[in-house]
Structure formats: structure tokens, C-alpha cells
Design a protein. Sequence first.
Length: 244
Amino acid sequence: MKKRDKILVGGSILCGFLALVLSPIFTWVNDNGDGLSALAAMATGVIAINALRASARDSADRSRPVVVAEFQLAPESDTSTDLVIRNDGATVARNLRVTFDREITTGDAEKDRGADSIKKRYSRTIGVLSPKQELRNTWWFGGSVAGSNKLQNLNPTPDEVIVSLAYEDLGGVQYHDNFELHVDVMLHSTHSFSSTSVRGQLKTMAQELKKISERGPVSPTITTTSSRMTDGSVAQRPIFTEED
């Protein structure tokens, strides 16, 4: 028998064997086809329902208010940091309540300074916080203290605090989040600026004016020249430490 004929015979035997083994399965499937179709339809329906629920949840998450608390460098100061409460969501937050896990004032009007304003601001429920609206207060106010060459917080506010936010959406669904904040995130910030930038030029002018004032009155016959401003070096230092 040729090799090709052997392969054909072997294939026929294998097909016959498989048909013999699988025939009960085929018979069962044929007898229960309607039931299997019903089960498949049910499974498809369950999958579709879950997909719709997931889509609804995603839509709700995208359209809900999301109020966050964070520290930010003060926009117009290198020696202070602000507590910012902001609505980063797409819809209005209602009945916002802001609480702190520790006391932020001392009861001494002179020491409390801006901390008292923070306490009073959040002592009541805030009815509406619109999308992208933010509430800002100075938390860490750097100032010079005798005996120290570093700036210190002139507010009694703690360096570490947990800010708790509770609010509702327009449908009355309630949300609650805690934010653990530490001023080190801001105190260890650094920045740099070129001597040719607006800030760098103002600093150079201030230094020149200081030198002129230290030399005393300038004779009308004497002319002065401004120093040359270059990009040869970039100043970089911690935000909240005094410059040498």
C-alpha cells in the first residue's frame, strides 16, 4: 500500500472514531438546542445590562462635582502658601462643609492673624461652589523671627492637617473626601529666573538702587551706568528660606 493510501485510510479511521465518541454530544446538543439558545440569550442580556450600568456610572462620574483641597504657592508672594478649596468637577457642588482635624487658631487675636479668617469662613455651610470656582486663604505666612535666619510661619496654623470636605450634587447625592496636606510640599519648592526676565531685571535694579543709596548722595556731575544683564547664571533657591 502506498504512503498516500495509508494516510487516507488513517484519516478515515480517525474521523470514524471521533464521530463515534462525539455522537452523544451532538445528540444532546440537538435535543437541547432551544434551551441552549435561551441560556445564550440570557447571558447576552446580562452582559448588555452590565454594560449599560457601567456606562451610566461613567457618565455620572464625569458630570458630578469634585471638590478638592490643596496647598498652593501664593500667586503674588514667595514667602507664603495658600489653602485652596476648589471644585474641579463639571457641575455645581451644594452645601459644602469644610472641617479640620485639629485646631488652627489659638484664641489670641494678635497671634491668629489670618487663621481666624479661615476659621470664620468655614464655620458655616457654603451653599454653592461652581465648577472651577476656588476659595483661597493664606495658610503659611512666612516672616522673619529674631534669632533665626529662616522664615517662620507667623500664622498659628499647623504644618500638617487633614481637611474633610462634605457636599452634595444637584440631585442630592452626598460625597465625602479627606485630604491630608503638609506644607513641606510647598516649603521645599524651588524656582529659577533669568537676569533678563522681568523679575530678574527688577531684582538687578533694586540691587543697583541699594548700592547707590549706601554710597550716599550722588553729585549732579557724576553719571552712573547700569550693570550688564546676562543669562550667564540662573538663580535657584528654596522658596521659603532667606537669601544670603
